[in-house]
Design a protein around this ligand. Structure first.
Ligand code: KG4
Ligand code: ZN
Length: 342
């Protein structure tokens, strides 16, 4: 088979994702068609601790992984003989959680003599948009999750250049911390999003534009400003409407994310902008991005909510690039908690 034929050959990939608190498996055809996408969420187990407890996450992954994989295979109506490869999130993430997925994938690859494709979690988040529509390069990805806030330029398939990143808290982290201060249940992001819809952005909060038109982000000052406003009001015996504080916080985050994305998209001459990561599920951000690119020649791709938060379909979509370039791992593949994207 020559390279061109190999590139054209269809792929049927079983993908596994266990980097944080979702045990997920999916079967993806040609990097763009979802045959199945199973996600077992552990949110209820972590809720009472107000955040993800790594040991509990690992234990749940061990308990669920076999069933989740079986369900993904059944729903897709494929057998292991129909598969071309097994893909798995190699990192970044919680080491104990990553290892469960990596070991499950290795066992399946070994037992069925299949190539093993390692996938970077953030590449997965970005490629979730590939399940929505085909891309025209260059592509700019706005990645906003619990651990990452990045603007990533892709001049071509599988090539990632970080042009801006957070200098402190990730957007999702800021959402979760502010939500906790407002006594909202875990995970705070979606709760704060709901509350913001009931309020108005009438409270003055800072926006960190940073020096020299940088594409970097900073959310810790904003997070502290919200916490200080609440504490100061409490000390003076005053009350601040939580829905207004939520709406003001959301406006501050959304303004800086959309404006920096708009500027970067124009200055790098991209054809397409894609949104990725859990915070891309935020209704305020989705609306603002749609408005920003409404009259633009640039195509904006926003994955459906279920593909924004952690799932394995996105890992299967990104793995198609590894399949085409034959980027396979050996069976001593390990989970790497701090794996770099480039
Ligand atoms: O991508 P993701 O599922 O996991 C990571 O890889 O981090 O992102 C999780 C993050 C959490 O911080 C969660 O609060 C946030 O995404 N999130 C949201 C919304 N839905 C999830 N943040 C704001 N608004 C939302 N609707
Ligand atoms: Zn994620």
């Amino acid at each position: 088979m020559n390279n061109e034929e190999c590139n054209l050959k269809e792929s049927m990939i079983l993908a596994i994702e266990t980097s944080c608190d979702e045990t997920a498996a999916a079967v993806i055809q040609d990097g763009e068609t979802i045959l199945s996408n199973i996600v077992a969420s552990q949110i209820d187990s972590h809720k009472r601790f107000g955040g993800v407890v790594p040991e509990i996450a690992s234990r749940h992954h061990v308990e669920s992984i076999t069933q989740v994989v079986e369900e993904a295979m059944e729903k897709a109506e494929v057998s292991f003989e129909d598969l071309d490869a097994v893909a798995v999130t190699e990192g970044p993430g919680l080491v104990g959680a990553l290892l469960i997925g990596v070991n499950a994938a290795k066992a399946i690859a070994y037992a069925h003599d299949l190539p093993l494709i390692p996938v970077h979690h953030i590449a997965g988040h970005i490629y979730a948009a590939r399940l929505q529509e085909r891309w025209e390069f260059p592509v700019l990805a706005l990645v906003v999750s619990g651990g990452h806030t990045e603007l990533i330029l892709m001049k071509e398939e599988g090539e990632f250049e970080v042009i801006g990143e957070t200098r402190d808290d990730a957007a999702g982290e800021a959402y979760d911390k502010v939500a906790r201060t407002l006594n909202l249940p875990y995970p705070g992001g979606p709760e704060l999003d709901k509350l913001a819809k009931q309020g108005s952005p009438v409270i003055n909060l800072p926006i960190a534009w940073l020096e020299n038109d940088s594409y970097d982000f900073s959310f810790s000052g904003l997070k502290s400003a919200v916490i200080n406003k609440l504490h100061n009001a409490e000390q003076r015996g005053e009350t601040i409407a939580p829905e207004d504080l939520a709406a003001s916080f959301q406006q501050s985050v959304v303004t800086v994310l959309t404006e920096k994305t708009r500027k970067a998209a124009a200055s790098y001459g991209v054809q397409q902008v894609v949104m990725a990561g859990g915070v891309a599920a935020n209704t305020g951000l989705r609306e603002a991005m749609k408005e920003t690119f409404a009259d633009s020649e640039i195509t904006l791709t926003i994955p459906p909510l279920s593909l924004c938060t952690d799932n394995a379909a996105m890992i299967g979509a990104a793995a198609h690039i590894g399949w085409k370039t034959k980027t396979f791992a050996e069976l001593h593949l390990n989970g790497i908690p701090g794996l770099a994207l480039t």
